[in-house]
Ligand binder design. Structure first.
Ligand SMILES: [Zn+2]
Length: 401
């Protein structure tokens, strides 16, 4: 059985995690501010650290010269699968909180999202290399900027994938750990602008003669609600249903003035099997029908965040990862869905590389109160090292094909 892990290996890996070295790495990464778009300094420092430790490091520019990506590899020299660990080094734009560790908890900007997880992945690479624990294949770490919206657009990881910086499977140490996510919905964000010609004017000075952007907006919302009710029928046993959600509407200035614009924002989520192209066409046809019916002009930004994806539950990545989790925690995780979109969607949807998001049970992502238990970082380092051992021992890629 290719993905079994002996108790002996589990305990060897457990003993090999160097907690202080892991925390030093996490402290180093968290200590360098890296708001999205400006992760160059932390990427440079990570690259220096890894090459100083003897890993083969590359810095592909990947469309972002301010902060080239970091690619580090450990290769056994024997043909076999390569397990990739991928993380983003950028953090949301909030006031910087320096790293500190108190009573077994680490605090600071990005410790949860997701420098703590990246440090755990680095520790896993050290463990499998220093212990000579891979029988074939290798591991690679990729780290990048431009993840967090709205400041980043995900293009750096897309370029990494397009340029072939991928393994045969990828683990992403984001703060998600209650299930083994094998499916995720695609997501598009939209901003619709409904406009009429002319200037804003008083209701009694021609206002009531104007096309109403507000009633056009109301019609749009009605059509969107009707579509959302239809989408309730499109379900997946793990990932739930497709949806069209409106989260913001703005129009008008004062009660008796005819406005010239209405803005409406929301999301469209879809299941594997459906495509961005199809959902966009369906969305745009509603816009043009309502524009025609109301004498308004309606245009929209309808932007794909990430595509939908699904990983075969029998994929060697899933089996290896679950064997690793079972080794560390006593039992495998329930198979489930990933509620949010992340870079894992891109690896599967754009690169055809199976991906699992799994990281520490950290708190406070996207706030100034990020915190992560040190024990969770240690656990993730073990799970990642054991996943690599199981994934890379299982014969060659050719055997799989
Ligand atoms: Zn993140």
């Amino acid at each position: 059985m290719s993905e079994s892990i002996s108790e002996q290996v589990v305990s060897l890996v457990g003993q090999s995690v160097d907690e202080q070295r892991l925390l030093d790495t996490a402290t180093l990464l968290v200590g360098i501010p890296s708001p999205t778009g400006n992760a160059g300094a932390v990427a440079d420092r990570l690259a220096e650290l890894l090459s100083g430790e003897g890993f083969a490091v590359e810095r592909p520019v990947t469309g972002h010269p301010k902060s080239p990506a970091v690619v580090a590899r450990f290769d056994t020299g024997k043909p076999g699968r390569v397990l990739q660990f991928n993380g983003h080094l950028d953090t949301v734009h909030l006031p910087f909180v320096p790293p500190r560790i108190e009573d077994g908890v680490m605090y600071g900007s990005g410790v949860s999202d997701m420098k703590g997880g990246v440090a755990a992945a680095v520790e896993a690479m050290r463990i499998v290399r220093d212990g000579d624990l891979l029988s074939s294949g290798g591991v690679m770490l990729t780290a990048h900027d431009l993840h967090e919206a709205p400041w980043g657009d995900g293009t750096q990881v897309n370029t990494l994938i397009a340029e072939g910086f991928t393994g045969d499977g990828v683990l992403l140490p984001e703060y998600h750990c209650h299930n083994c996510p094998v499916v995720g919905r695609g997501q598009a964000m939209f901003q619709v602008r409904v406009a009429r010609d002319g200037e804003p004017c008083h209701e009694v000075l021609g206002g009531i003669e104007q096309p109403s952007v507000i009633s056009a907006g109301a019609q749009l919302i009605g059509r969107f609600s009707a579509l959302d009710r239809e989408l309730e029928q499109l379900t997946h046993p793990l990932a739930g249903r497709e949806s069209l959600f409106v989260g913001q509407v703005h129009s008008g200035e004062i009660f008796n003035q005819s406005p010239v614009e209405l803005v409406l924002e929301g999301t469209r989520r879809w299941l594997p099997g459906n495509t961005f192209h199809t959902v966009r066409q369906e969305f745009e046809s509603i816009l043009s029908e309502v524009a025609d019916a109301t004498g308004t002009t309606i245009c929209a930004d309808f932007t794909e965040s990430r595509g939908a994806y699904e990983v075969d539950q029998d994929d060697p990545l899933v089996r290896s990862f679950q064997a690793a989790v079972a080794g560390v925690s006593g039992e495998a995780l329930p198979v489930g869905a990933k509620p949010f979109v992340d870079d894992g969607n891109a690896f599967v949807a754009l690169g055809g590389v199976p991906a699992i998001t799994h990281g520490p049970a950290a708190l406070g992502a996207h706030t100034v109160n990020e915190e992560c238990q040190v024990a969770e970082l240690v656990r993730v380092a073990s799970v990642y090292a054991l996943s690599a051992i199981a994934f890379c021992q299982a014969g060659t890629v050719e055997e799989d094909a």
